[in-house]
Design a protein around this ligand. Structure first.
Ligand code: GUN
Length: 294
């Protein structure tokens, strides 16, 4: 039987409705979530991400300001802006769109954001809190993947989750999240990466398989157990002369044959992608509430 498709658009829309209500409630208590975004340069993918973040904020009633700097802006300029936003009560969240131009040290920039406004969850303090199982903003894509599991009735508790990829923004935080003794977690987690010998030996054991390597269609049907839940985090462009743009988007899994074998699967596009911005909105609302309680 073909797999049930978990629609990221639907799950994201459900969460956005919840957030909209929450924002109204908070405003009634004079708490106003706000997101400050810094974009350096004009990389088309970054411009498109930033636009969808601004739209998302508008949709749920969050104040949003995007500061656009020229591609040759100095590191000091960016650091000064962050310092201003750190001290500005209008912003409960700050996001610097990555990647940054090469002359700017990304680590220095991420570390300059005050951890309580770090709505990406990239600051080392938040990474440490996550590993310890303490409250912190969760990295948005990893959190989005967890929400898709929970809201499709696939609680990872007691399951074997195999994560392919060990990036700081998806693989590692998702592994840390799902191994916690907490609701929505409590899984046995295996992380497969480029240093793994015979990755298929592990992926075939997965009750829940997460593909987050950034390699188009690298997970093939023979690597997936019958009835597995498959979460595809990859978004890759591959050449396709039948398309107007000359390319199409595919994930890290070979979708058609795997969807015949899996019990649940996320599509690309329309899967984990729409969840990332939604969880960013979630973090912005949460941080406004936490800052107000201090
Ligand atoms: N660039 C691509 N994805 C992201 C993201 O989630 N956060 C930031 N800050 N930059 C990105």
């Amino acid at each position: 039987m073909p797999a049930v498709v978990i629609s990221g658009k639907e799950v994201a829309s459900e969460i956005r409705q919840e957030l909209k209500k929450k924002v109204e409630e908070l405003k009634g208590k004079d708490i106003h979530p706000g997101l400050g975004v810094i974009l350096v340069g004009e990389d088309p993918a970054s411009v498109s991400y930033v636009t969808s973040k601004a739209k998302g904020c508008e949709e749920i009633g969050i104040h949003e300001e995007t500061i656009r700097l020229q591609a040759d802006a100095s590191e000091e300029e960016v650091l000064n802006l962050i310092e201003k936003m750190n001290n500005d009560k209008k912003f409960s969240g700050i996001l610097v769109q990555l990647p940054l131009p090469k002359h700017i040290d990304e680590e220095k920039i991420v570390n300059a954001i005050t951890p309580e406004k770090d709505v990406d969850g990239f600051h080392p303090v938040n990474q440490g809190l996550l590993l310890r199982g303490e409250k912190c903003p969760l990295p948005c894509t990893a959190h989005g993947a967890q929400q898709m599991l929970m809201r499709s009735g696939n609680d990872p508790a007691g399951k074997h989750v195999v994560i392919c990829g060990r990036s700081n923004i998806v693989g590692k935080p998702l592994a840390a999240m799902l191994m916690q003794k907490k609701e929505g977690a409590n899984a046995t987690v295996t992380v497969v990466h480029t240093g793994t010998k015979d990755a298929a030996q592990y992926t075939r054991q997965a009750d829940i398989l997460v593909a987050a390597m950034g390699k188009p269609q690298a997970i093939t049907a023979d690597m997936v157990k019958d009835g597995a839940v498959v979460i595809d985090v990859g978004v890759n462009r591959i050449e396709d002369s039948t398309k107007k743009k000359g390319f199409r988007l595919v994930g890290d899994v070979d979708y058609d044959p795997i969807s015949e074998k899996a019990s649940y699967i996320t599509p690309v596009p329309g899967g984990v992608g729409p969840m990332t911005v939604t969880m960013l909105l979630y973090n912005t609302v949460e941080s406004a509430e936490l800052i107000a309680k201090k």
